[in-house]
Design a protein around this ligand. Structure first.
Ligand code: PGA
Length: 248
């Protein structure tokens, strides 16, 4: 049985001081052993957040990371900077980073490899645009994103990877994918992992759905056989996140 993983993607929201306030508000609401709970906060709040979650079940994740060890990369954050303060997860290849910051399948792959090298679990994002869905190429597009993201990743690494399927048209729009749409793609992702690796790896990898998840939609989505939790944006900044974590 795969353990569910429910992650909040705070995006570019909350100052360090506001981060502490929100964590203190959410702490009791997300206390559970049934799912892994991760808060992906802005880089400047990582240290503060790690302090604030001490003694709780919450893990802290970053929203990005560079694929080099150190050097002349102004504005970037190296993997060992994350591990040195206790960051366990990193979101890689979110559609907003692909769209606004020129992330490609190739840079995603380099970052995924680097994250594993440093023992950070990548939450690897994929997802189609509305045009691609309307053109009927969703699965082809996602398969390409997955295949390139996992190039040279070993089976043992792939087993602990987290994949977030986030249809771009559902992100921040209030337009959640239907359960059938979400399950169809998450199943196809698992089949793709089976093709690249084997059944054992495919059964181990955790696949989240993301895109306008709310307390109202979480239960049905997370009850699908190939959906192992969610990557939650807007609703992760509210008390509602507690209901999403305790979706049952
Ligand atoms: P949303 O964002 O829940 O606000 O749609 C999800 C995400 O971008 O990870």
């Amino acid at each position: 049985m795969r353990k569910k993983i429910i992650a909040g993607n705070w995006k570019m929201n909350k100052t360090p001081a506001e981060t502490v306030t929100l964590i203190n508000e959410l702490k009791p609401l997300v206390a559970t052993d049934e799912a892994d709970v991760v808060f992906c906060v802005p880089a400047i709040s990582l240290t503060t957040a790690i302090e604030a979650v001490k003694g709780t079940n919450i893990q802290i994740g970053a929203q990005n990371m560079y694929f080099e060890e150190s050097g002349a990369y102004t504005g970037e954050i190296a993997p060992n900077m994350l591990t040195s303060i206790g960051v366990k997860y990193v979101v890689i290849g979110h559609s907003e980073r692909r769209e606004y910051f020129a992330e490609t399948n190739e840079t995603v792959n380099k970052k995924v490899i680097k994250a594993f090298e440093h023992g950070i679990t990548p939450i690897i994002c994929c997802g189609e645009s509305l045009t691609q869905r309307e053109q009927g190429v969703t699965i082809d597009f996602i398969r390409q994103q997955i295949k390139v993201a996992f190039l040279t990743v070993t089976p043992d690494q792939a087993k602990i990877a987290v994949i977030a399927y986030e249809p771009i048209w559902a992100i921040g729009t209030g337009k959640v994918a239907t359960t059938a749409q979400a399950e169809e793609v998450c199943k196809a992702i698992r089949e793709c992992i089976d093709e690249i690796y084997d059944e054992v790896t495919a059964e181990a990898v955790r696949i989240q759905y993301g895109g306008s998840v709310t307390a109202a939609s979480a239960n049905e989505l997370f009850s699908q056989s190939d959906i192992d939790g969610g990557l939650v944006g807007g609703a992760s900044l509210k008390a509602d996140f507690g209901k999403i974590v305790n979706y049952k």
